[in-house]
Design a binder for this molecule. Structure first.
Ligand code: ASP
Ligand code: MG
Length: 420
């Protein structure tokens, strides 16, 4: 029997969070695979280091120093004897990265990104592993870059399932009550370099490992009681969903519910492995169960808000039909530039795309499309989705807002809303 646990950055933002993790894993009485992401907001901070390393100034150094300091503070708070860990493990690792960054970046942005950003998960697992062992728990450290193999599609590595399956079954040989700790989100390409699976990808790692190891169940430990029907930031009285089918979880994740990474559900669904979302603050609480349900439950309205969207409108330079002539080209370029499209709307002569935040990929897409089309874009928008909407829930969510696009199906309504 194998159990997979995943802890995300927000549950690991200080020593207390890691002590909490220890309490939860200490109770497990079967083979456990513990998947951990980077501590707190380390991944965001490392993204800034990467960005800065491509600029002529040396600001990356200061940014990297504060990430190091953050880790050192947690280590000092947590470990009975922090010096050994700091001197022989953590500092040498930061030094090695700093030495690499001193030279001008070699390789594409996405390649450098994965080499640098993947270190967040390495540091968190080194530290947590050290702590668990120092406090008497027998955990084995597995560097997932040598087991979970992807292609070289940096920042969105695609899993080589057969090869990974073979290696993972060997590496995580659960014959009894072994305990393993490994990294979420990161993987390795066949050429030996690190890759990543896309932001917030640790959930996906947990699902991949569960699939390959035929786990009995997966638990994602969060700082919320389970999957809620809204983000408490957007909505005053969110309610917990007790039980949802896989299909519903995929829809919610796709439209931006922050609880689960969208790719997580499919591997679990394929083997009907149940997924629990629980609060690490209330480990014995019920949480939310995502699993196969014979009859879809009647669900209350669920609100999902995706901020920082970009609305791109693509029009022909003359009055020719974009739909007839341009669709293939447009989709090809979306694919080439790896831009995530959340909503598409077309008319005879134009097509609008609502995509995730304005970054260098979106910029490249817009400039490429502009060679063939007239392209407009608006960065002051967000996407609001209501699953299982009612008239009242719509009123509650969008009254007073400027709606740029509305799309309705029987179960879902989407609004692209102006924010500024
Ligand atoms: N640390 C990574 C991120 O923040 C992966 C994860 O948290 O799932 O994107
Ligand atoms: Mg994270």
């Amino acid at each position: 029997m194998v159990e997979v646990y995943k802890f995300g950055g927000s549950s690991l933002k200080n020593a207390e969070g890691i002590r909490n993790l220890r309490q939860i894993v200490a109770d497990v009485d079967q083979c456990l695979v513990l998947v951990v992401s980077a501590l707190g907001k380390t991944t965001n901070a490392l993204e800034e280091v990467v960005q800065a390393s491509f600029e002529p100034t040396n600001t990356w150094r200061q940014k990297l120093d504060s990430i190091q300091e953050f880790h050192e503070i947690i280590a000092s708070d947590l470990l009975p004897e922090p010096d050994v860990f700091l001197d022989t493990i953590l500092r040498p690792s930061f030094d090695a990265l700093a030495r690499k960054l001193e030279d001008p970046p070699a390789g594409s942005f996405d390649f450098v990104y994965d080499q640098v950003v993947s270190m967040g998960e390495i540091w968190s697992t080194l530290l947590i592993h050290h702590y668990l062992v120092a406090t008497g728990l027998d955990f084995r450290f597995i560097d997932i870059r040598e087991y979970l193999i992807t292609d070289s599609n940096y920042r969105e590595g695609r899993v080589a399932w057969d090869q990974s399956g073979f290696l993972i079954r060997k590496g995580f040989a659960c014959t009894g009550k072994e305990k393993y700790i490994t990294q979420g989100f990161i993987a390795g390409a066949e050429n030996g370099y690190a890759t990543t699976l896309g932001r917030e990808g640790s959930d996906y790692t947990a699902a991949i490992l569960a699939y390959i190891l035929n786990a009995q169940q997966v638990t994602i430990w969060k700082d919320v009681p389970g999957v809620m029907n809204a983000d408490p930031e957007d909505y005053p009285h969110p309610k917990k969903l007790v039980e949802i089918p896989y299909q519903e979880a995929i829809e919610l994740a796709f439209f931006g519910a922050k609880v689960i990474h969208p790719k997580t559900i499919k591997p679990l669904y394929n083997k009907k492995i149940p997924l629990w979302v629980k609060s690490y603050k209330d480990a014995s609480g019920e949480g939310t169960l995502i699993h196969e349900m014979e009859q879809a439950p009647k669900l209350i309205p669920v609100f999902v808000r995706k901020r920082n969207q970009v609305l791109i409108s693509i029009l022909p330079r003359d009055l020719s039909f974009v739909i007839d002539e341009g669709l293939g080209r447009i989709f090809n370029q979306i694919d080439t530039h790896k831009v995530k499209v959340n909503l598409i709307q077309n008319s005879a002569v134009s097509i609008s795309l609502c995509v995730d935040r304005f970054d260098e990929r979106v910029e490249r897409l817009i400039s490429e499309l502009s060679m063939d089309f007239k392209v407009l874009h608006n960065t002051n928008v967000e996407l609001i989705t209501i699953r299982h909407y009612t008239d009242e829930s719509i009123r509650e969510m969008i009254s007073g807002k400027t709606i740029l696009i509305e799309q309705k199906t029987r179960s879902t309504v989407n609004y692209v809303i102006k924010t500024g």
